[in-house]
Design a binder for this molecule. Structure first.
Ligand SMILES: CC(C)(COP(=O)(O)OP(=O)(O)OC[C@H]1O[C@@H](n2cnc3c(N)ncnc32)[C@H](O)[C@@H]1OP(=O)(O)O)[C@@H](O)C(=O)NCCC(=O)NCCS
Length: 186
């Protein structure tokens, strides 16, 4: 059973600068909004693992798999919508491929530049942790580039701890960057 069905609202939030966002599960109608969203992050060269823009077909395949996982109850996802635009995307996916790890979820989060630093990341992380508990998860893990000090601040603020490091796992523009793994028991 899904914890939030595709398109279902989770909450409305007033951010620190007074702007309002709706947090809800993604739906098919978000295909173009999500494509624009990820394209902006890639263009900005944000500190995420994805570095190439997906085609519309690739994004549709990806969204189809996400929505199927939501329906199956193995994924909790939240987009943030502001004035009809998707300004953030986030999710926790259960590790279903290994039965002995089915209590573990993998988290990802991204926010558009003009909506950062005003509490949206904190709200999304707290909501995702709540949804992950409802999915029956006990542990959430995530990976980040060692250079991403803003993300580190967010993860530590909501209770994640650094549990590992893969030195030089990322080669960005000819420079090696360590990959840091964080985890939280919920
Ligand atoms: C990382 C990210 C999700 C953080 O979300 P956010 O909405 O900016 O975070 P918040 O405003 O809720 O702030 C949470 C904490 O992050 C840190 N932080 C936020 N903005 C910061 C800034 N400009 N400088 C330093 N630390 C900052 C602080 O520790 C802050 O805690 P505080 O509110 O008590 O000061 C967001 O910046 C983002 O999407 N960045 C680009 C994509 C990305 O890096 N994704 C994560 C990949 S692992």
């Amino acid at each position: 059973m899904p914890v939030l069905s595709p398109g279902q609202p989770c909450k409305e939030v007033v951010l620190r600068d007074g702007r309002k966002v709706v947090l809800r599960a993604p739906a098919w109608r978000d295909l173009d909004g999500l494509l624009t969203f990820i394209s902006e992050l890639v263009e900005e060269r944000a500190e995420i693992l994805r570095t190439t823009k997906p085609s519309r077909g690739e994004e549709a395949e990806w969204l189809g798999r996400r929505l199927a996982a939501i329906e199956k109850g193995s994924l909790a996802a939240l987009v943030a919508e502001m004035d009809g635009q998707i300004v953030a995307n986030s999710e926790v996916e259960q590790r279903t491929q290994f039965p002995e790890m089915s209590h573990v979820g993998y988290l990802g989060i991204g926010i558009l530049k003009n909506c950062r630093g005003i509490g949206l990341g904190t709200t999304l992380m707290e909501s995702l942790i709540h949804l992950a508990k409802q999915l029956g998860l006990r542990i959430i893990i995530l990976d980040m580039l060692a250079t991403n000090t803003v993300a580190r601040g967010l993860y530590e603020k909501v209770g994640f701890v650094e549990v590992g490091k893969i030195p030089k796992a990322i080669n960005r523009d000819g420079k090696y960057i360590d990959l840091i793994r964080f985890a939280i028991e919920i």
